[in-house]
Write a protein that binds this ligand. Sequence first.
Ligand code: ZN
Ligand code: ZN
Ligand code: FE
Length: 764
Amino acid sequence: MCQEALVINFRGVVQGVGFRPFVFRIAREMGVKGWVNNTPEGVSIHAEGSGLEDFIQRLLQNLPPLAKVTACTWTAAEFQGCADFRIVPSSPSAQAETLISPDVSTCAECLRDIQEPANRRHKYPFANCTNCGPRYTIILDRPYDRQNTTMAEFTLCPECESEYHNPLDRRFHAQPVACAACGPKAVLCDENGRELPGLGQAELQQGRIIAVKSLGGFHLACSARDAAAVERLRQRKHRESKPFALMARNIDIVKAFCYLNELETDLLQSPAAPIVVLKTRGALNRLGLDPALAPNLDTLGVMLPYTPLHHLLLSDNPDLLVMTSANLSGEPLITGNETALTRLKGVADYWLMHDREIYHPCDDSVLRVINGNPVFFRRARGYVPLPLDLARTVEPVLGAGGDLKNTFCLLKGNQAFISQHGGDLSNYDSFRQFGRSVPSFQRVVNCVPSLVAYDLHPAYHSSRFARDLDLPGLAVQHHHAHLASCLAENFVDGKVLGVICDGTGYGTDGRIWGFEFLWGDSTGFERAGHLEYLPLPGGDASTKSPARIAFAYLCALFGTDLIQYLKYLPSLSPQEAALLEQQVRRSFNTFATSSCGRLFDAVSALAGCCSSVNYEGQAAVELEAAIDPCEKESYPFDLETSEAGLTVRVKPMFAAMLADLATGAAKGKIAAKFHHTVVQIILGALQPLSLKYHTRQIALSGGVFQNKYLVEYLVPRLQGAGFTVYQQALLPPGDGGLCLGQAVIASEVMQNVSGDTRQSNQRI
Ligand code: ZN
Ligand code: ZN
Ligand code: FE
């Protein structure tokens, strides 16, 4: 048979996923000669032999589990008469461009290794291989070699060493390879640092709370089947009602108390192993679970074990654990052993720690399947630092993100690298962590920005940070950034109508925007319409009190006889209400807002769902959970058109809602009718706006679109009305996706503005 030679190139996620050993194995099996190496673009093979097309087919049909091939091309090469097939070293430039992999949950083979008594890694909590294990969380710098990870201090034993160098072994070039003889060790200890036997299963079964050092930070764990333990955890963590994430031993346990479709099952079992928000099969107490796990909700956030340590912890009873981040809400993750011992004194009973350092703190990712698509609530462990493709070349820009649920982003080439979730930057420690994360992320993704984009809000900490950098800067309007983020991930060029349903963001008129119809793209926008401005009472008391927001809105809309409404807002005292009324009348310490999130808050309080909040978004999620699915009606509203654009008036809605309340309507009915009203408002506004702007293309973004009921009611109706609908699927629709929009807008400005774009602090 005739001998030929080909150069075969693979692009995509093909490095750090065992691609070269995979090629090596198949080449050896098929008698193909030549070599394989990493290049700056991906993986390149010089192949010699006969039947090379079969070789290519074999490769494409048997890709390693974590590989994602975006292109495979081949050309004829000069026949060199190679004697064998080899893996040759990558060029230094190839190493510089290697994508860093996210952390990967334990693979099936490693799970077998720790379960088989005869295996030398039996019960070893840090087993990993080329297909699984820690990555981003342990990487200090490029290139991704063991000496640049927190595994550097562990010297390989001879057995691990031979696995590491054997191209036919699953652990060939697996940088974190380890075993009990040479790798990290887990210890259980008490608050005095005294070591105890075991991993803490017995203690969990006895109702104790254990601080567990996981991949990206410390969790607090207790048995989810022990109501007293759950209650103790709530008290000690000062966490009144925010739902706790759970970790179940396996998928069958999840199925026992939650509905699971195919996509949800796949997500739970995916290499990223995120928390998936699932609908429960009824009230928690009827399922034998403590309602305190997720008060007033019909969902639970569940994940499966994603490290060998988790698998070992759940191998015996309890089979279901609360696994909540050990840090207080808004504070940075706890990653160090010493910090965990001091900060969690009095919170945890025991500490399950190890000596592998966490370099990049990384929260669990959170997703929910909405309208058949996974929607990110939080994109972190398992996904970061994989880039998003942008399908066009962009400038090197840093997008600083927002203050809540901060993520930041770096643009490079035709890709966007989005950081993990960094918490609430108004928290001092989170802000300091943000300051450290920006340069270390720049190192990992190898990008030096020449421009920084940030939120228009003058008081955002992220904006202040950006302005203090020695870089030209660009302030970007919050909802414009939400729109641009949605367009960028959907590769949409040209203007569309953006429907941004959001909490709050600073507007170009200095007011607080949030329910916006924007006509635009990444080059600019026009405010085509918005919810009418209503008075948002300022001060700490009000931010926590949907009842105060509701009363302020009623004051502004109805003006007189307000005292009659207090019976629907029992958490407000008459004195408090009188003061609030004065505040609104005199516009004292109130902010005009068109926020959609605050509208949900006000209705949640009025409907009798949630009058005070102790976690972000609580009023809205409790309102969604209350919906009566049998209710089909909606409330009236007005759309007012003027030179300035379209204004949505909600006085008719509140009037009808108050009439419902007067007849004793259930909260489930009001919650459903309100959700339908929001959908009708969007449909109603888009009719004239789509004619005015000659478009049928709609982009949906903003934190409110994490609402499953709303999206599933809205999107089919939009599509039925002939609209093409773009949504966020790769980044959160909330402020966790803001940074991408900021960055692409700034990149566009750099590319388009003629003359000197490097003047500091432009505003658009
Ligand atoms: Zn593995
Ligand atoms: Zn070893
Ligand atoms: Fe926002």
